[in-house]
Design a protein around this ligand. Structure first.
Ligand code: PLP
Length: 455
């Protein structure tokens, strides 16, 4: 039976699964061993399967549905653009594309006024790096160990986390450094101030020893995303990195793919410290992922380089009009509905205080941290030793411990990502306070499964 022949929900779900098992090649997983749950529909912060089981989406899918599911203004934008103009190539001028570029530039820091549209976060990274290399005439790149920058060639080499390991040919010219992470400090720091100063000293040493004059860019998530550990740098760190970049003629590429467009309660995570990078990569929240869209916001100085010579890059679907129309609607909606302020308040008044209580109650919780609508619970086997609950030998949700915990959440109607030794909480930025509290109560209950394995 195929999906088209199915006459009821159960048959439809089985047909979806059968087609998927036979014909879909999934990224990141072992083929055949993984079965995706068939999803029938979604609304707001919830989605449901064919049997009518509802799940609270505490991950915004892969941290992109910042305005939740089926937001009426985003759906209307898709329909309007589809009626008007579905496709037009990048070399023509088009209203939604030009409006999206203007609105993105308006929320970006001063002096970053132009947008190169791409179709995924990884592509945005590839292009940001290419822009930086051509602008500086240098090749080498620096990135942090606790980082994720995508799955394409340069992007996966920039990535610090274990997904790089089997992809790393060493060919991309990337060296890595330790960024601040006080809970597991690489510098034996005991305070945020120490961690900040020592991490900056370390970064400067890496720059000097790698040959400052060979380094094109530092690629950095201003607030580490869910793959990187939801790491919020201490005050002064980002400004310090900016200062080192200026001193050594290095471009600062801030990867805002996950943390941009409302996730941390601001347009961009770097806004928390008022730091102006040379290049910003964005994707996900720019249009809540209703259609693929990403890009690079480029500083005036770098644009100037390419006013003298063509930029040797571009893609067929750059600035796809339907995707851009949703970006326009998403930015307007975030502003009109006060979504940034809402996310900031939820972080301050709900997630922060409630997760602190959860941390006290559970032996498996080493630390909770986060901001706005992005939080992590760092799991440990033992609070004193801080031994990781899921270590680098089994670094994902498909480890037995990760699968058990994911099962505990799903059986409580909660969609949550477990990655490495962290539970990541990233609901839609416009989730209601009631739903946020509901999800936290389900987490509180489910964590008892992990508590059993603690010493
Ligand atoms: N950069 C960051 C910070 C990300 O979180 C991601 C994806 O999660 C990427 C880049 C890659 O984006 P994509 O999967 O759209 O290629």
């Amino acid at each position: 039976m195929t999906t088209e022949q199915a006459t009821n929900g159960l048959e439809a779900a089985q047909a979806v699964l059968a087609d998927e098992q036979a014909h879909l090649f999934r990224g990141w997983v072992q083929q055949g061993a993984y079965r995706g749950m068939p999803v029938q529909g979604a609304q707001g912060s919830w989605f449901w399967d064919y049997a009518g089981n509802r799940f609270l989406d505490f991950s915004s899918q892969l941290v992109y549905a910042n305005l939740g599911h089926q937001h009426p203004r985003l759906v209307a934008a898709v329909k309007e653009q589809a009626d008007r103009l579905c496709v037009i190539a990048p070399h023509f001028a088009e209203a939604s594309r030009s409006t999206a570029a203007r609105k993105i530039a308006e929320v970006a820091p001063e002096g970053l006024d132009r947008v190169l549209f791409t179709n995924s976060g990884s592509e945005a990274i590839e292009n940001a790096v290419r822009l930086a290399r051509l602008h500086t005439g240098r090749h080498k790149l620096l990135s942090a160990y606790h980082s994720f920058h995508g799955a394409t060639s340069t992007a996966i080499h920039l990535t610090g986390d274990p997904r790089r390991w089997r992809n790393d040919t060493g060919a991309a010219g990337v060296s890595r450094f330790f960024a601040p992470y006080l809970y597991r400090s690489a510098f034996y720091s005991e305070t945020e101030e120490q961690e900040c100063a020592r991490a900056l000293d370390h970064l400067e040493q890496v720059i000097v020893l790698e040959g400052a004059q060979t380094i094109a860019a530092i690629v950095f998530e201003p607030i580490g995303g869910t793959s990187s550990g939801v790491l919020i740098p201490p005050d002064g760190y980002l400004a310090g990195v900016r200062e080192l970049c200026d001193r050594y003629g290095i471009m600062l590429v801030l990867d805002e793919v996950m943390v941009g467009f409302g996730r941390t309660g601001t347009w961009f995570a770097a806004d928390h410290w008022g730091v102006r990078p040379d290049l910003i990569t964005f994707a996900k929240g720019v249009n809540s992922g209703y259609l693929p869209l990403s890009g690079v916001i480029i500083s005036d100085e770098i644009v100037e380089t390419f006013s003298k010579t063509p930029y040797p890059g571009g893609t067929t679907y750059s600035g796809q009009p339907m995707a851009c129309a949703v970006a326009v609607a998403a930015i307007d909606t975030m502003r009109d509905e006060g979504v940034l302020e809402h996310a900031a308040r939820l972080g301050r008044d709900v997630f922060g205080p409630e997760l602190a209580k959860i941390a006290e109650r559970h032996p498996c919780v080493g630390e909770v941290r986060g901001i706005g609508a992005m939080w992590a619970i760092e799991l440990v086997k033992n609070k004193e030793t801080r031994e990781m609950y899921i270590g680098y030998d089994a670094p994902d949700r498909f480890s037995p411990q990760g699968a058990e915990l994911m099962g505990a959440f799903m059986s409580r109607g909660l969609n949550l990502m477990v990655y490495l030794n962290r539970v990541n909480i990233t609901p839609p930025c416009n989730i209601s306070e009631a739903d946020a509290r509901d999800g936290l109560a389900r987490i509180d209950d489910a964590l008892s499964v992990a508590d059993q394995h603690c010493t």
